[in-house]
Structure formats: C-alpha cells, structure tokens
Ligand binder design. Structure first.
Ligand SMILES: NC(=O)c1ccc[n+]([C@@H]2O[C@H](COP(=O)([O-])OP(=O)(O)OC[C@H]3O[C@@H](n4cnc5c(N)ncnc54)[C@H](OP(=O)(O)O)[C@@H]3O)[C@@H](O)[C@H]2O)c1
Length: 271
C-alpha cells in the first residue's frame, strides 16, 4: 500500500493523503469541476478508480448523488417494471461501490415493489449504508427483504398522519414527516437523515424518486449510465416539469466514464 497525494484546487484543504490498494500512485490534481487529473506514471486501473471516486470521497458533510441506469432511449425498466438488468456488470459494481461510499441509500416505493432489493454493498469491500425508502402511504408489504433481513439499519419515510402510533415496519424504523405538494419533501428527508448523522446520500432510483430530488435542487451530482439497449417503451429515467425552450434545459458540466459496454455521464451541480 502506498501513500498518494491529492492536490485540491479551491477546495477546503490544499493537500491530503490517501491510500490505494492498486499499487504505485503519483499525484492527482482536482480540476475546476471536481474531476481528478492524474499526473505521472499511474497504473490505468488505479487511475480510473481514483478519477471516478476520489472527488466523491473528498466531499465531507452534506452531499447527494443520484444514479440511474437507462437504455439509449431513456428507459430504466419495461412498462411492467422489469429492470434486471438495463446496464451491465461494470455499472452494477459501480453501484455497490457507491453504496459503500455513502451513509444512506435512498429508493422509492416502486423500486422496492418491483425489485425487492437488498441494497447492500456485497460486491465490494465496505460497510452497508443505512437503507431508506420513501413511501407516503406506508402500504408496502412488510415482507420485502430490506424490511426483514436486518442487514443494515432501515428507515421508511412516510406521512406522519399514516403512522397511527406505529414505530416499526417489519424490522425497519418508521419516520413520519409532514406532507407537502410533492408528497414528502425530499429536502426534509435529507435534513432528517443528516440530523441523525447520515449526511452523504446516494439516491439509487427509480426515475420518479431521482427526478423529485433533481427538481427540488437536492442533488449535487447525477450519474446516468447509458447502456447500448433500445427498449422502445417503459418507465422513464428523468422526468421534470416541461420547458418551452432548450435554453431552459439543464446543461451541467459532466464527467464521463466507460463502464464496460456502458457509458456513465456524471452531471455536476455542485461545481
Ligand atoms: N435502471 C435503474 O437505474 C433503476 C433503478 C431503480 C429502479 N429501477 C426500476 O424502476 C422502477 C421503479 O421506478 P419508478 O420511477 O417507477 O418508481 P420509484 O422512483 O422507485 O418509486 C416512486 C414512488 O415512491 C414514492 N415516492 C418517492 N419519492 C416520494 C416523495 N418525495 N414523496 C412521496 N412519495 C414518494 C411514491 O409512491 P406513491 O406514488 O405510491 O405514493 C412514488 O410513486 C422499477 O421497475 C425498478 O425495477 C430501475
């Protein structure tokens, strides 16, 4: 294991040390939009891992990254909810690494209902994050794996007026918050998680949930992995209120990564 030095321009610190499992590491300099430039003779595998993950690790405090894996035509699942797998093994490994790097992983009720996911970081080293489900009415069955397996602390955010004195949903803890125009305020969800000591959030889907975080200005970054697949119908990735002009669309700075046959675009809103 070797030390490496990261020079951060305009960040809260000038120089930090980090370690790599990958071998010899040289110098990495953060560019203006939070990317990592690699200087020196660095093994390619180590360089690509550091380029992707170091900027995400350097954010102390509140930080939120959304992720969706979509087809070329912008679908994350078929109309009946089948999504295994839109993207390939490179993106799946990336998702598990992201889980291990964040305090809390957030999904919507549709993802639990269709995928019955475990939301653990089992394909890489690292701790499982706290698992968070947003579901206003709390009518999801308690038998879904993440409400039963106790693999990590699990929180179900619901409308406070649906709790009727209940504090648990299976093995998950119920967290009631007030209703708002969008259902439950994603800003309030983020605030409640931060107050519990979980400031770094990975929003893993589905499209409705990630879109709500984006619309509320609650994402620092959005990772969209595009697979060379055309579904032609199905559940959409990002959906935002209509705009009349392309000038009103979002054109964030991006970083781009090859993940096997897929390409991931990371949109940077925190630059
Ligand atoms: N390819 C990928 O990256 C990916 C990732 C995850 C999931 N998926 C697939 O995507 C599909 C599910 O995605 P989806 O977009 O249909 O649904 P989703 O985002 O998983 O869940 C949406 C539902 O969660 C609840 N919810 C989320 N945010 C809320 C808020 N702020 N306030 C109140 N309720 C909130 C709402 O439930 P109610 O409307 O019932 O109140 C909402 O309809 C599944 O087929 C899954 O397999 C794909």
């Amino acid at each position: 294991m070797h030390d490496c030095v990261i020079v951060c321009s305009g960040a809260t610190f000038d120089v930090i040390s980090a370690r790599s499992h990958a071998g010899d590491i040289e110098t990495f300099a953060l560019d203006g939009c939070g990317g990592v430039g690699v200087a020196g003779d660095v093994p390619a595998a180590a360089a690509s891992v550091f380029r992707l993950y170091l900027p995400l690790c350097l954010h102390a405090g509140k930080f939120a990254v959304g992720h969706l894996g979509q087809s070329l035509d912008g679908r994350i699942a078929t109309s009946n909810g089948a999504s295994k797998y839109v993207t390939g093994p490179g993106d799946i490994l990336h998702i598990h690494r992201m889980r291990a790097l964040f305090d809390a992983i957030i999904v919507g009720a549709g993802t639990v209902a269709h995928d019955d996911p475990r939301l653990t970081a089992r394909l890489c080293e690292g701790d499982n994050p706290v698992r968070v489900v947003i579901y206003i009415e709390r009518t999801l069955h308690e038998n879904f794996q993440l409400f039963q397996d106790e693999a990590a602390p699990t929180l179900l955010f619901c409308a406070a007026d649906t709790m009727n004195g209940a504090t648990r949903h299976g093995a998950a803890e119920l967290v009631g918050i007030g209703r708002c125009a969008e259902g439950l305020s994603v800003r309030a969800v983020r605030g409640a998680l931060s107050a519990r000591g979980y400031p770094r959030h990975f929003i893993e889907g589905g499209g409705i949930t990630v879109s709500r975080f984006l619309a509320a200005g609650c994402l620092d970054r959005l990772q969209v992995t595009v697979s060379p697949l055309i579904i032609g119908s199905g559940r959409p990735a990002i959906t935002l209120p209509e705009v009349a002009s392309l000038a009103d669309g979002l054109r964030p700075k991006t970083r781009r990564f090859d993940l096997g046959d897929d390409v991931m675009f990371e949109c940077i809103f925190d630059a």
